[in-house]
Design a protein around this ligand. Structure first.
Ligand code: HEM
Length: 281
């Protein structure tokens, strides 16, 4: 009898039950039950270190989401000429980036053998397929049509990438802002094809040198952009070193040459003009 009653109660849709709405709790607001159900190791056992591997990647994806949110905000602040507030947002972005770099320390506590114990269960899965990482690259100026085409048409990832591919980058918003601040930014830079990668320009470098020499407020914004560029390069460097110590010269699960492919992405500046001017100032 008691079990019959339980069965009937289970069939009642909570939305149909009378009574006051349930108070928001920590668990309901943050969807903790859903969150804790998202870590699904593939190895038998499962291997002890696979949980760490999953958690770290999921945490990265959440931070990527937050970074995109803040970068969009930074771009809109530049569009609104709010240079003081943009510095505040860039500082937050940089602080998150430092956390992203520091998190690699945790993964480096995993030895090569511990990783190999479940690596084959990843099949062809790789961080190379992170659409949010590509979205970050696009927003920061590293556009690639090939990267868009790697995602299935109509998917969330493809739609998001197509949109960001067509959107102006943070650098474009900064050049437009400088132009409104009275700087003579060359028109071909203001109307450049935003789907192309940001290339260095000696005319823009002249403008930036003027900013550094005469305009402390905007020179500070430039310095935060250099911090951002350096922060992304720092992550790439630390990631490739972690890859070298974990899988050595093996190919990546994503099909690339592994560390050799990743080394080729090092030193790729997001805002090349901000680096070029340093030897001319
Ligand atoms: C044991 C840990 C890790 C190993 C051995 C590893 C290995 C690799 C390798 C070999 C690649 C090159 C692409 C391929 O062929 O697969 C790659 C790319 C990548 N990985 Fe990792 N990775 C690890 C952890 C992480 C973590 C925690 C993240 C954070 C999201 C991450 C994000 C990425 C991204 C975004 C790329 C693409 C980089 C680019 O194309 O410039 N990886 N990884």
């Amino acid at each position: 009898m008691a079990s019959d009653q339980t069965d009937q109660t289970d069939q009642i849709d909570p939305a149909d039950q009378a009574g006051p709405p349930k108070a928001v709790t920590y668990g309901s607001y943050l969807r903790i039950d859903d969150l804790l159900a998202l870590q699904q190791p593939r190895s038998a056992g499962p291997e002890h270190d696979e949980l760490l591997f999953i958690v770290i990647h999921q945490v990265y994806e959440l931070w990527f989401k937050e970074l995109l949110h803040e970068l969009d905000y930074a771009r809109s602040l530049l569009e609104a000429d709010a240079s003081h507030r943009v510095q505040h947002t860039l500082k937050r972005i940089l602080t998150i980036l430092k956390v992203l770099v520091a998190q690699l320390d945790i993964l480096e506590t995993m030895t090569p053998l511990e990783f190999l114990s479940f690596r084959e269960r990843l099949e062809a899965a790789s961080g190379f397929q992170s659409d949010q990482f590509r979205q970050l690259e696009f927003t920061l100026g590293l556009k690639s049509e090939g990267a868009v085409r790697r995602f299935p048409p109509g998917s969330r990832s493809r739609t998001a990438l197509e949109r960001r591919y067509r959107e102006p980058t943070l650098w474009d918003a900064f050049l437009q802002y400088l132009s409104r601040e009275g700087y003579v930014v060359p028109p071909e830079q203001l109307q450049r094809d935003v789907t192309a990668r940001v290339a260095s320009s000696s005319a823009v470098q002249q403008v930036l040198m003027e900013v550094y020499r005469r305009d402390p407020k905007n020179a500070e914004v430039c310095e935060r952009l250099v911090d951002l560029d350096e922060g992304v390069q720092e992550w790439r460097y630390r990631h490739v070193k972690m890859v070298e110590r974990t899988i050595g010269g093996r190919r990546g699960t994503g099909g690339s040459g592994g560390a050799s492919y990743l080394r080729g992405t090092l030193g790729e500046a997001l805002f090349p003009d901000l680096w070029e001017i340093r030897s001319q100032l």
